[in-house]
Design a protein around this ligand. Structure first.
Ligand code: NGO
Length: 526
């Protein structure tokens, strides 16, 4: 039902937009009924640091425009190519991407300025005049983010892949922007229900529209082991076979995992793999009897209880297992981090837990990687560079120095229901409406200084989510809210303003086929 009404909504929106090109009498009637502005008012999310836009003066994008990139820069050529692909349906053909071309009239220039010392590693400047546009940044990542901003300045119907040609224009103006936090994260639990390579790529496409730059994959849990480890093949051969509710499960071969890493890398997303130990480990215990203290493998598990399984911390084979797993994972992960989990341990004494975590953190460091763990690992002594991921609403960091990622469950767990009527999701931490996900600040909530916070990450746990439709419904609009918390300067953020801007993203999500929650807190644009 939801799908059908989405399609109807997209169709109506497109008829209205197509009316501007005078495609058919039918279309012009629709246009007269509600004439859209030549360019929409800007509704960029995350909100840029500074934005001066004049929607009355525009730069019409026609097939005469070319995209100019520096010669010999593969990243910028690719980003230019993606912009050309985005515009192709509207222009009935691709804009030329010209390496080494000069920027002048009728160009969109993507440029690097390595000497720029105001934009930082990921900032960018967009300038749009009546006959040309440019995106300038110190790094290719910055150019990529500038292009995401350009994309959001274009009409949302641009996202609809099958549309016939119509007029497209950018508003003129200048945007200078850079992120508040270096870590803008999303997490996907592929263990409770498995999501294949194409699903993960699709999620990467959606999160990068909002300038998110880390994707944490929860690769193992009681219900499934989802990444091939060649030295312990039964982890996936047996431990990957099922999922919550007894479905077929699945896993990534090493080639699949590398493909995800490659795809993410091209979009400036760092993959952060998590192997959750010592608990949340039944799938591994079921695959290898020797990992159990009694030497007996339990059955595979398809329920949703937590905390009942544990590696045998007194057996040396446990540490051989962990070394092999983290070594193979480090070998396929170019990003600097490996996540060790460490949450919800009920079967070990505090002392056993601390000693175990200290050993695991050491194993990760020995692979040349920085460890991350859920906030329980704060009980252990941690090597320099370890990051603690705050998730429990009641977690207190104490007085100790600590580097934090903020994922407070009562604000950013996207598997929490929106309200009582949400048909999927959990509610142990809170019900989280869009405003709840938006209206909080990392420094105030954690009580630590800004410099101790690496960033913010929104996890999606998949106990009750089986399809990408489910994931999209829980992620949008809340992921856009979290992305803005992680990117935009705190004083610039106001709920009433966000509420208006996010309303314009409804038609964009519809055009992209995204199944989003039509929160009553937002007056959605049609
Ligand atoms: C908790 C738990 C996960 C659950 C999730 C559900 C953490 C870090 N451990 O978060 O196993 O899936 O809640 O919301």
């Amino acid at each position: 039902m939801r799908c059908l009404s989405d399609r109807l909504f997209v169709t109506l929106t497109l008829i209205a937009v197509a009316g501007t090109t005078g495609l058919s009498p039918h279309a012009s009637v629709a246009q007269e009924a509600s004439a859209p502005p030549a360019v929409p008012k800007p509704s960029v999310i995350p909100k840029p640091e500074t934005l001066e836009i004049d929607t009355n003066k525009t730069f019409p994008i026609t097939s005469a425009v070319s995209i100019v990139v520096p010669r010999g820069n593969a990243d910028l050529a690719r980003i230019g190519g993606e912009l050309s692909t985005l515009l192709a349906p509207a222009l009935d053909g691709r804009l030329a991407v010209t390496p080494g071309g000069t920027d002048g009239p009728q160009t969109i220039a993507l440029r690097l300025d390595s000497a720029n010392d105001t934009l930082g590693e990921e900032g960018y400047e967009v300038r749009i005049a009546a006959d040309r546009a440019s995106v300038t940044a110190r790094t290719a990542a910055g150019v990529f983010y500038g292009v995401q901003t350009l994309r959001q300045l274009l009409p949302s119907a641009i996202e609809y892949r099958a549309l016939r040609p119509r007029s497209v224009a950018l508003p003129t103006g200048r945007i200078v922007d850079r992120p508040r936090f270096a870590w803008r994260g999303a997490m996907l639990d592929v263990a409770r229900h498995f999501f294949g390579v194409d699903d993960v790529k699709h999620y990467i496409d959606l999160i990068t529209l909002y300038k998110i730059n880390h994707l944490h994959l929860h690769l193992s849990d009681d219900q499934g082991w989802r990444v091939e480890i060649t030295s312990w093949p039964n982890l996936t051969a047996h431990g990957g076979k099922t999922a919550v509710g007894g479905g077929p499960g699945g896993f990534y071969t090493q080639a699949d995992y590398r493909e995800i890493v490659r795809y993410a890398g091209e979009r400036f997303v760092t993959i952060v793999p998590e192997i959750d130990v010592p608990t949340h480990i039944n799938a591994a215990l079921a695959s290898y009897p020797e990992l159990n203290c009694d030497g007996k493998a339990p059955d595979l598990y398809t329920g949703i209880e937590v905390g009942f399984s544990s590696l045998c911390v007194d057996k040396e084979v446990t540490y051989k297992f962990l070394t092999d797993v983290f070594r193979e994972l480090a070998g396929m992960t170019p990003g600097p981090y490996l996540h060790v989990g460490g949450d919800e341990v009920k079967k070990l004494t505090p002392d056993q837990y601390r000693r175990f975590i200290e050993r695991v953190l050491g194993i990760v460091v020995a692979q040349g990687k920085k460890p991350i763990g859920w906030d329980e690992i704060a009980q252990a002594t941690r090597p320099a560079g370890t990051v603690v991921q705050h998730w429990r609403p009641e977690f207190k960091h104490g007085t100790e120095d600590m580097t934090l990622i903020l994922s407070p469950a009562h604000k950013v767990y996207l598997d929490m229901k929106y309200d009582r009527s949400t048909p999927i999701g959990l509610e142990w931490a809170a019900r989280i409406e869009v405003r709840d996900a938006y209206d909080w600040d990392p420094v105030t909530l954690s009580g630590v200084s800004e410099s101790a916070i690496v960033g913010v990450e929104a996890p999606i746990w998949s106990e009750t989510l089986q399809t990408m439709d489910d994931v999209e419904y829980m992620a949008f609009p809340r992921l856009a809210a979290v992305a803005e918390i992680a990117w935009s300067p705190a004083p610039a953020r106001q709920w009433d303003d966000f509420r208006t801007r996010v309303a314009a993203h409804g038609p964009r999500w519809s055009a992209l086929g995204v199944n989003f929650y039509r929160s009553a807190q937002v007056e959605w644009e049609r």
